[in-house]
Each structure stands twice: as structure tokens, then as C-alpha cells.
Write a protein that binds this ligand. Structure first.
Ligand code: HBI
Ligand code: FE
Length: 273
């Protein structure tokens, strides 16, 4: 699991040395060691096996059209040729967590920031910050699907607006319960589409098979009121019926009105009965 990366410093720190004003850095692919590439391969093989029949169909298609199953950490130049051709998205390299405004500005411009490092071999299941495996294996395949590509861009735009309104905590819940921990119903079966689950060995089984967590139909006003935790498996998930419906929800909602409405109501616990 990873820590709550929504709590970045509002006093917008300067980018670290070597990073551009938008916090991007060259991927410098040749710098990855053989051990680091092998770490990717271990994680990839383990997740691909675990996710068989568990991930939404578009995830498998994305892995395929982006040729992500070739060994080693993907080289972004090559990955971007395929991804950009499909949906106009590109992956950019960042040193780690970036400030909220920078993050959403990238998404609003169809650039997905990916951590320029990989977890250590001794910590395959623990993530302090999103690394290249979480970001590229978890998030990027679905960016090859037009509805998700558009949804992610809309999250970027709405994230920038929410920052201005002082409502980022609410928008972050929408991000969390969809892009990170979303489930979908496909042909009557529950499937995973959130990157936080897709990139987690333990939670990819737990989220679908365990009787513990609640699974509720996705409803935007309810999501905006639902708290989450970032240091344990979720106690509740939201299930979308289609990505087109999800996209439509964010594009047609009056988020400012929903934020105001939510502010008058108590927060909801994701694990409630
Ligand atoms: N930075 N690199 C990186 N990756 C993220 O997912 C990220 C971030 N900065 C801010 C942020 N996410 C959050 O504010 C959103 O997930 C809500
Ligand atoms: Fe993520």
C-alpha cells in the first residue's frame, strides 16, 4: 500500500534539481540496472497471473496494444508512440510525488506522471510513493481506452477547479474510488479497474473475493462524501456499470453544487452496513 499522497504541501515547493518547472525529468532508461528490470519482471509475472479473469477486459487489451508484456521496465519513448497514437496520452517521468496543481495540470493535458524509480526487491508489496510499476502497469493500460482517457483528463481539469475552490479533498475521493480503487461490472461479473488494486497482489484477490468489504454501485454524490484510508485494504469499493457512464457522470455533473451539498452532510464510512 502507499501513503496518502493527497496531502502534498500547499506551499508549492520548487522542483528538485534536474527537474523541469513541471517536475518532469528525463526517464534516462539506461540507468536502470539489471536487478531493477528483473524486479519489474517479477512483479509483472505475478500480477498478470493473479489478474487473469479479474481485471476489466480493457486492461488486458491495453497491456497488449501497448506491448507492455515485453521484459523490463518500459522505455517511455517507445511506449508513448503506441499510447499517443491510440488516445493522445503520453507518459512523463517524475522523481516521485509532485504537488497537486502540477499533477492535475499534467492530467488535464493528457500527460500521465510516472515515478522514475522502482521499489526494492525486499519491499515488493509495500509502497511509500507510487513507483513506475504502480504507475505504468496499474494506470497506463487503461489510458489506451478512449472513455478512460477522457475521464482521466476530466479529472485533471476538475482537480484544478477543485483546488481553486478549496475542494480538493472531495475531488480526491472521486479519484480514489475510481482510478485507484474502482471496480466495474462486466458481463455480470465484478472486475477490477483501479490501479491501486491492479498493482497490488494482496488487494487484487481481496477486493473481489473477500466477504469483508462493502461493494456499492457508483454514485457521484455518495463518493464525494465517503472517506478512505490509504494504509490498508479498502473497507468499501464502488462499482461502475460502464466507463461511458462514469465519463458521462463527471462531464455532466455540477461538481461545485455537489461539493456545496456534501459540505452540509456528514461524511460516510466506506465500511458502513
Ligand atoms: N504525484 N507522482 C504523483 N502521483 C500521484 O498519483 C499524485 C501526485 N501528486 C498528487 C496526487 N497524486 C493527488 O493529489 C491525487 O491523487 C488526488
Ligand atoms: Fe496511482
Amino acid at each position: 500500500m502507499f501513503k496518502d499522497f493527497t496531502e502534498t504541501d500547499p506551499a508549492a515547493p520548487a522542483p528538485p534539481a534536474g527537474a523541469a518547472a513541471d517536475w518532469t525529468v528525463p526517464q534516462n532508461w539506461h540507468r536502470f540496472t539489471g536487478e531493477e528490470h528483473a524486479t519489474w519482471d517479477i512483479l509483472f509475472a505475478r500480477q498478470q497471473e493473479m489478474l487473469r479473469g479479474r481485471a476489466v477486459a480493457a486492461f488486458e487489451e491495453g497491456l497488449d496494444v501497448l506491448r507492455l508484456s515485453r521484459p523490463g521496465i518500459p522505455e517511455f519513448g517507445e511506449l508513448n508512440e503506441r499510447l499517443h497514437r491510440r488516445t493522445g496520452w503520453t507518459v512523463v517521468s517524475v522523481p516521485g510525488l509532485v504537488p497537486d496543481d502540477i499533477f492535475f495540470e499534467h492530467l488535464a493535458n493528457r500527460r500521465f506522471p510516472a515515478g522514475n524509480f522502482i521499489r526494492s526487491r525486499s519491499q515488493l508489496d509495500y509502497l511509500e510513493e507510487p513507483d513506475v510499476f504502480h504507475d505504468v502497469f496499474g494506470h497506463v493500460p487503461l489510458l489506451a481506452l478512449p472513455a478512460i482517457a477522457d475521464f482521466m483528463q476530466a479529472l485533471g481539469q476538475k482537480g484544478l477547479e477543485a483546488l481553486d475552490l478549496g475542494m480538493l479533498d472531495r475531488l480526491a475521493r472521486l479519484y480514489w474510488y475510481t482510478v485507484e480503487f474502482g471496480l466495474a461490472r462486466e458481463g455480470g461479473a465484478l472486475r477490477i479497474f483501479g490501479a491501486g488494486i491492479l498493482s497490488s497482489f494482496g488487494e487484487s484477490r481481496f477486493s473481489l473475493d473477500s466477504a469483508e468489504p462493502r461493494r456499492r454501485p457508483f454514485a457521484l454524490p455518495e463518493v464525494l462524501r465517503t472517506t478512505y484510508r490509504s494504509d490498508a485494504f479498502q473497507t468499501g469499493y464502488f462499482v461502475v456499470e460502464s466507463f461511458e457512464a462514469l465519463l458521462d457522470a463527471i462531464l455532466t455533473a455540477d461538481l461545485e453544487a455537489l461539493y456545496a451539498e456534501a459540505a452540509l452532510l456528514p461524511d460516510l464510512d466506506p465500511g458502513r452496513a
